[in-house]
Design a protein around this ligand. Sequence first.
Ligand SMILES: [Mg+2]
Length: 398
Amino acid sequence: MKIDRVRSLHVSAEWDYHEPLGEAHLSRPESIYPELAADPSWPVKDVASGSPYAVDAHFLIIDTDEGATGICGPVGDEDIAIINRTFVDILIGEDPHAIERIWDKMYRHSIHGRKGAPMIAQSKVDLALWDLKGKLLNAPVHQLLGGPSRARIRAYASMLGYSVEPIKVVERTRHFLAQGFTAFKWFLPCAPKDGEPGIRKNLAVIRAAREAAGPDVDLMFDAWSSWNVPYTLRMIELSREYRPYWFEEPVLADLIPQYAELRREARGVLITGGEHEYTRWGIKALLDARAVDVLQADVTWAGGISEMSKICALASAYDIPVIPHHGGWPSTHLIASQSLTACPLQEWLIQHGRLPNVFYKHKLVPVDGHIEVPNAPGLNMDLAEEGVTLLEERTLTG
Ligand SMILES: [Mg+2]
């Protein structure tokens, strides 16, 4: 059996979503420049149009000469461009089961692509290949990797996009607490450029979340790479009475010694990061530096299921858990293939996480704060038979 074609599908659908979108303003590294401070943290292009929102997406398809097909999506149009330019010639003619060989060929061929967009595109190819293998062997991918390690995965509610007005934080925390979530992550609005008033605003979010959640819920806070060491230490000390579980990406991803310094000084508050790091080699540098308490590499960016399995093994040797940056269904399969200590938790983006469901046959819907481990063959990213319109199908020819 050989791979004989690689295609992209451009599809559209309507998203019937009646909760508020685009309420939040989170601090990001580029927010220091007023002209770059506009916040793109909502999942639809035209939030003013109202529900149902018109949404579109690209899916990657890998075909074989015996008729089986692997699918991965939504993927970016940039992913499709890179796959077309760099990887199609490598894929055609290969045995689709030989994922390790194909990954290595792509990695060696794309030597400037070790990090960032090319590795993100390579991850999408890897996921489509694992989906294909699951379908060829009639098994869910977590099973092919040694899972399932549990029947359902505890999920944490990731509140990207929701207002951080304290009164709204209280309201939404209570709402999702009642749906069974036992852990929440809020995205803090302010950074060093916002001075003392900003510190008070951040603290008000943390206080509101704790007051609404009660004493037994894990509360995490994401600084989106926009702080520095003194600011983070100050936020940790001022918020200590509200028992934050972790502060995420306090500084830019390249500041590895600064992560390590924060981790040494944080005294009981965890420092997490790694979503903007790639492959086993990038992650090993974080582990060797003792930079993070929790690794958050992304299965759709860091090299796919193949590479994330290696990253999990590597991290377990350092006794560092991997709680992947969201990643949807591929994250569920990866986590379900790992031990409970290696991958204890899945991120569930309440707003962005629901959007891909409009395209999917298998909807990812947490129940009682948990994601059920799926049994369908492959990675569960098949297109729904109804409600999805094909706008364009393209054979990638390199
Ligand atoms: Mg994050």
